[in-house]
Design a binder for this molecule. Sequence first.
Ligand SMILES: *[C@@H]1O[C@H](CO)[C@@H](O)[C@H](O)[C@H]1NC(C)=O
Ligand SMILES: *[C@@H]1O[C@H](CO)[C@@H](O)[C@H](O)[C@H]1NC(C)=O
Length: 250
Amino acid sequence: MDLPGESQTRRRRGRRNPAAINRRKTPVDTVVAVSIICFQVLSIQAAAIQFTKEPKSQDALHGRSAMLRCEVSDPADIAYSWLHNGQPLESSERRFQEGSNLKFTAVDRRLDAGNFECVAQNTASGEMLHSTNASFNIKWLESGGVTLKEPSSEGEIESSAPVTLRCHIDGHPRPTCQWFKDGLKLTEKSHQINNKERTLTFKSASPDDNGLYYCCAKNAAGHVCSNSNFTLNIIGVCVCVCVCLCMTVC
Ligand SMILES: *[C@@H]1O[C@H](CO)[C@@H](O)[C@H](O)[C@H]1NC(C)=O
Ligand SMILES: *[C@@H]1O[C@H](CO)[C@@H](O)[C@H](O)[C@H]1NC(C)=O
C-alpha cells in the first residue's frame, strides 16, 4: 500500500525537478565515455607485443645442455628470432632455436659467452620487441699437465735449491687443487702449497723429494687430475761425490 505512494512521490519529484534528471544522466554518459576509452586502450594493448617469458641469466655447466626461454602473451602472427652479442644467431647442431626458445645441447664456455636476446616480431604489423639480455655464468674445469715453473729447465734442478711445480688445471669458479707424490696426498703442513697459483714449492729440494708428482682439482663443474705427471729426480751431493770419486779412481 505504501510502495505505490512512494514511487508516485519520486515520480512527482522527478517531474518537478528536471535538473535532477540531468544530473542522473551525467554519470551514465561518463561511464559510457570511460568504457569507450578503456576499450580503445585495451585494443591498443592487445595489439602490442608483450613478453610473458624473457630469457634469464643463469648458471650453466660447460658441455651440458641449457635453454633460454622466450614467449609473448599473444603468439598469433609472431615470428621469433635470437641475437647473440647483438648479431643474428647462426643455428648449429649445438645451439639452435626450438619453437620460440633457444636450445643448447652443450654449452661452450667460449662460444656462448656474452649476451643473448630474443626478438619477437609481428609479421602482420611489422611491430618488433627485444627482450632483456641474458647471459650464462659458465662453470668449467679443464685438465692440464704438471710442469716445472722454477728453475726454467729440468737440467737446472739442483740439490738444496728451490724447485716449484705448477698444476695446469684451470676452471671457473677457481678450482681447489691437491698434490700427490707417488699417489699419496701432500698436506699443506709438510709442503709449500700455493692454492691461488696452484704451485708446489720445495724451498730446498733434496733427493728425499724424488718421486712422481701429479695434481687433482675440483670445483662446481667437477673433478679432474692432471693429464701429465712430473718426475722429480734430484741427484744427491753424496751420489755426485761417489760418481766423481769413481771416475777419478777409474
Ligand atoms: C644487449 O646486448 C647487446 C650487446 O651484447 C647490445 O647491443 C644490446 O643493446 C643489449 N640490449 C639491451 C636491451 O640491453
Ligand atoms: C701419472 O702417474 C700415475 C701414477 O703412477 C699414473 O697412474 C698415471 O697414468 C700417470 N699419468 C700420466 C698422464 O702419465
